[in-house]
Design a protein around this ligand. Sequence first.
Ligand code: PS7
Ligand code: MN
Ligand code: MN
Ligand code: MN
Ligand code: MN
Ligand code: MN
Length: 347
Amino acid sequence: KPKSQLKENLGNKEWCYELLNKTSRSFAFVINELEPSLKDAICIFYLVLRGLDTIEDDTTVELNTKLPVLTSFSEGLYQPGYKVFGYGMNNDEKNLVQNFDKVVDVFLGLGDGYCTIIHDITRRMANGMSEFLQKSVVTLPEWDLYCHYVAGLVGIGLSKIFHASGLESEWFATADDESNQMGLFLQKTNIIRDYLEDINENRIFWPRDVWARYTLHLENFKDIKYQIPALHCLNDLITNALSHALIALDYMSRLKNPQVINFCAIPQVMAIGTLNACYNNYNVFTGVVKIRKGQRALIVNAIQSKGLTATYELFFKFANEMRHKVPTNDPSAKKTIQHLESIEKLC
Ligand code: PS7
Ligand code: MN
Ligand code: MN
Ligand code: MN
Ligand code: MN
Ligand code: MN
């Protein structure tokens, strides 16, 4: 592997952390708190995948132009000077991919174990993204597969990094199914919440086999006269996402390092909080449903001071709140309550 340019290494690393702060909506904070042995690897992992996602997401570039860029991206990690022009829907994303040589330089300075994991996951994610740029998400297995490519693989790579750092046990090196479900829980929540943003960009990630049971056209849900089927469909997908919660709790219960616990648990608790905020809420179809800044701060504080105990308490709280909102006539009600009761029992 080519050596990193040592002289510029310090400046490039600072640049990477600046870009992390600008491009991540929520990960910058938890990554900054990680142990030094882990922090740079996960910062670079984030920026590499954010770079790849910038290419996937750019709806202004033609597919024939985009696909070769996407599938050669992971090889760029081993080419000093590698950068990509013409992509990015905002200035931070443009900045990231146009100056990607700075990320490559810091990447090449990581331990070989970390490089191999990051390169492998990037290659597999890019192949999955190009598969789904050429087809839509129809069945539930396809929904799980798309979410595996863009988030489950992140979980699998992170678990291997945790193990390689020596901070977490051997279990994490091979816990691919559990790691995948950690990612699926976040990604499905993101896809459910981003209904309006995605459909307005002509991108559909809601699985057709599910929404077709409630409407002929997914865009119909934007119209208040379709409120009832829209809410039934929304609650159906939230119920599906909840099926990953128990595995996610089991995964987190095996973690030892307090900063790794924060890094994993804060996004998971934010996810179940977001599902609770979205559940049976028609605002998902007319705007953005988000956890308020103040509530986010309370969650982060609780997890930082009480770790897994707070994680279990907050999962209980959000599951309990959701259970009290389940309408008796909702088609998924029985399944929803089953999932929520098993979460509450475990917590
Ligand atoms: C390497 C920390 C902890 C075992 C850029 C963290 C976009 C939800 O596009 O930016 O604005 O709607 O809000 C993160 C499992 C991946 C999955 C995926 C890499 C958890 C490229 C996060 C993040 C595994 C594809 C961010 C999956 O959402 O989305 C690192 C364990 C990137 C994790 C994308 C989404 C992440 C996401 P947007 P966001
Ligand atoms: Mn994307
Ligand atoms: Mn994106
Ligand atoms: Mn080992
Ligand atoms: Mn999204
Ligand atoms: Mn977005």
